[in-house]
Design a protein around this ligand. Structure first.
Ligand code: G1P
Length: 205
């Protein structure tokens, strides 16, 4: 009931991406709602959970957007072959945890990576990004958000920040299970039952 009540505070609209033409294609489906306003982009196959006292990732990004006027992306450190799973950023400058991004490469090989900083699925983007996406040339039948972000980076107009809290990759089967177990363990309602169940299950393994 509480969850339902909270959703009444928002005006929820849906747009369906009819063709699989990339992340930028998905974002353009929302253009009729966003127009040229700044917007937050949250990729649904990643869950970010901030504990009490931690700053939620999107709030952190929105704060940096407000203070710099520039688009902001969330980043985390990755190592080894994992660098090739994500967009990757080159760091031009870092002040008080706010990174100025120098360049971006989408899913580089280990040798091509600019740093150990991967892009994760949280962004606060300026209104001009929507216009930039419309002008992009598709590659492999997809339009890439990364191509627009790279232009912003070249112009010194792209910031990045790490985030507080846990991240779950729920697009991955094991990641999905981990997210369910860990979030259930923190639940006031069923956390204790889940804990006892896991202990009992572990004894049987
Ligand atoms: C997209 C982005 C990539 C980013 C990733 C985060 O890739 O293109 O830069 O690192 O999301 O999850 P996708 O996972 O859609 O292939």
């Amino acid at each position: 009931y509480e969850v339902l009540q909270n959703t009444q505070k928002f005006n929820v609209k849906f747009a369906v991406q009819e063709v699989a033409n990339g992340l930028a294609g998905a974002i353009l489906c929302a253009e009729k709602y966003v127009h040229d306003e700044p917007f937050a982009l949250l990729l649904g196959d990643e869950l970010l959970v901030a504990e009490n006292g931690q700053t939620p990732c999107i709030k952190r990004l929105a704060d940096i957007y407000k203070s710099t006027g520039n688009s902001v992306i969330a980043t985390m450190e990755v190592f080894g072959d994992d660098v090739s799973k994500y967009g990757n950023i080159g760091i031009k400058e870092e002040t008080d945890g706010v990174i100025t991004v120098g360049a971006i490469v989408e899913k580089p090989s280990v040798n091509e990576a600019l740093s150990n900083n991967a892009i994760i699925g949280r962004y606060v983007l300026s209104g001009e990004v929507m216009g930039m996406l419309k002008k992009l040339t598709p590659r492999n039948n997809e339009i890439y958000l990364t191509d627009a972000l790279d232009v912003l980076a070249e112009q010194g107009k792209l910031m990045a920040s790490t985030f507080e809290g846990d991240r779950y990759d729920v697009g991955d089967k094991f990641g999905y299970v981990k997210a369910n177990v860990e979030i259930a363990l923190k639940s006031k309602e069923i956390g204790q039952d889940v804990k006892e169940y896991i202990k009992e299950l572990a004894n049987r393994l």
